[in-house]
Design a protein. Structure first.
Length: 479
């Protein structure tokens, strides 16, 4: 009996100590005192031991940490070297004079990072194929997906007007991340209107309402830009001032219709390349005819490079374009894309529930838990063929593209790789998820999801990253 009492006396302190050790985010936990909801967990990946936890199974919004799910699902589906292809096709062939007697069709391949540089190569290859004139139309086909239903406020508003680039609408035939670009440069003399041209063509592709005035040297540059839609045509409204000694500025704003933007841009490029199109340009949701053959094609960048850009710059357009590409049937929408990611997550052991209406995290209804996010990280860590490409999509605070993550001690900055997520509406979201290396070289995963309510105060990133850096530094040093 005495042995049992002694054994119980030994076990009881250990039992009581376990919740304290699991609670372990001593600095991060202070956010609960301000009324914020938390789900947090840190664990070692070699023996699956939990180092710290705060309600790890609580379902909260991950914001752009959703992109980690998209990156993992895309790598699982296609592998790091996959490329998307954009083609120019036609049922006709150029005759001896270079005339294509029929329509020229751009078959949008869903390339998330297709730019005008790619289109110039595509046009050059068409010219090399002998085409000098198209007697029909230029048709831009977005049969894979587009126009995609807008399910977030910012994207829905962008159909009429926008002051942003991140809210770009989606189409499998989009270019330049769904954004118009104009270049603003000072005139030679103060008082004159600034010089404004399109970034992608010698001829004006969209209408420009220029009210930017040139001011004397060192007067400062302040430019306001809004893209509006008038009578079915996009117009860039510009106002403000630019100094005579200022460098030219490129300004990006989301277009109202990415497929139409593609049609107008490509038509201008064909004209500048000496290829005339008799009947103008239009868009279609029909797929190219079965008899259409490829006249020119251009491959996009490898998937691993697309993911690096989408994750490092938290590019919503690229992330949701990749999400739509995960849908195997035509006419994809973001809900079906999110369902494809959810189906991938269902195969991750011990993940638990997840809700993804988009791969970008721009949809505030997305939900996961810290334990689930760590299960995702753990599953990729144990896949050697994919882990290097996945880990490369995360940022080291010491070298982060986003300056706001360059915080904390040298240990935090150089032993951690992370993805952040930010939303301010309808509630504040600050989410962080990634890997760390301990002092002894062991790998760990951590996820911290912080969600506000209608009554919580504004939450800055330093209020999250500074305490997180302190907590992770202790874990790194102690293991």
């Amino acid at each position: 009996m005495r042995r049992l009492f002694r054994l119980a006396a030994l076990i009881l302190p250990l039992t009581l100590a376990m919740p304290v050790q699991a609670a372990g985010f001593d600095s991060v936990s202070s956010l609960t005192d301000k009324g914020f909801h938390l789900s947090a967990e840190a664990r070692l990946l070699d023996d699956d031991s939990v180092l710290a936890a705060i309600e790890p199974e609580r379902q909260l919004s991950p914001a752009s940490v959703s992109k980690s799910y998209l990156a993992a699902a895309a790598l699982d589906r296609w592998g790091p070297q996959h490329r998307f292809t954009t083609r120019l096709v036609s049922e006709a062939r150029p005759d001896a004079e270079g005339v294509l007697h029929g329509d020229l069709i751009l078959d949008g391949g869903g390339e998330p990072a297709l730019t005008t540089e790619d289109l110039w190569r595509l046009v050059q290859r068409l010219y090399q194929a002998g085409v000098r004139e198209v007697s029909g139309r230029l048709l831009v086909s977005q049969w894979r997906f587009g126009p995609v239903e807008c399910i977030t406020t910012d994207r829905c508003e962008a159909r009429e007007r926008t002051r942003h680039a991140y809210s770009a609408l989606l189409s499998s035939a989009g270019v330049n991340y769904g954004n118009w670009c104009v270049n603003v440069a000072p005139a030679e003399a103060p008082g004159e209107p600034a010089n404004v041209i399109g970034c992608d063509s010698q001829a004006a592709i969209l209408a420009i309402d220029n009210r930017v005035v040139t001011r004397p040297d060192n007067s400062g540059t302040q430019i306001s830009a809004e893209r509006v839609t008038r009578d079915g045509r996009d117009v860039m409204l510009l106002s403000g001032q630019i100094s005579t000694n200022a460098h030219p500025r490129d300004i990006y704003r989301a277009s109202s219709d990415p497929a139409d933007q593609m049609a107008l841009t490509l038509l201008a490029m064909l004209d500048q390349s000496g290829i005339t199109v008799t009947d103008g340009a239009d868009t279609t949701q029909a797929s190219p005819p079965p008899a259409a053959a490829t006249l020119a094609a251009v491959d996009g960048k490898p998937l691993q490079e697309l993911l690096l850009r989408a994750m490092h710059y938290s590019n919503n357009y690229m992330a949701d374009m990749l999400t739509l590409n995960l849908v195997e049937t035509p006419r994809a929408d973001l809900r079906s894309g999110g369902a494809a990611i959810e189906a991938f997550v269902a195969g991750i052991p011990d993940h638990g529930p997840v809700t993804l209406l988009s791969g970008s995290g721009l949809t505030p209804e997305n939900r996961t838990s810290a334990r689930g996010a760590n299960a995702l990280l753990d599953s990729l860590y144990h896949r050697p063929s994919l882990f290097p490409s996945f880990a490369a999509t995360l940022q080291s605070p010491a070298n982060g593209v986003m300056r706001f993550i360059r915080r904390g001690s040298d240990t935090f900055q150089r032993h951690v790789m992370l993805k952040t997520g930010t939303l301010n509406q309808p509630v504040t979201v600050r989410a962080v998820s990634g890997y760390f290396r301990t002092a002894s070289g062991r790998w760990g995963a951590f996820s911290v999801l912080v969600n506000g309510t209608g009554s919580t105060p504004y939450l800055s990133w330093p209020e999250v990253l500074d305490p997180l850096a302190l907590d992770l530094e202790q874990m790194i040093d102690n293991h």
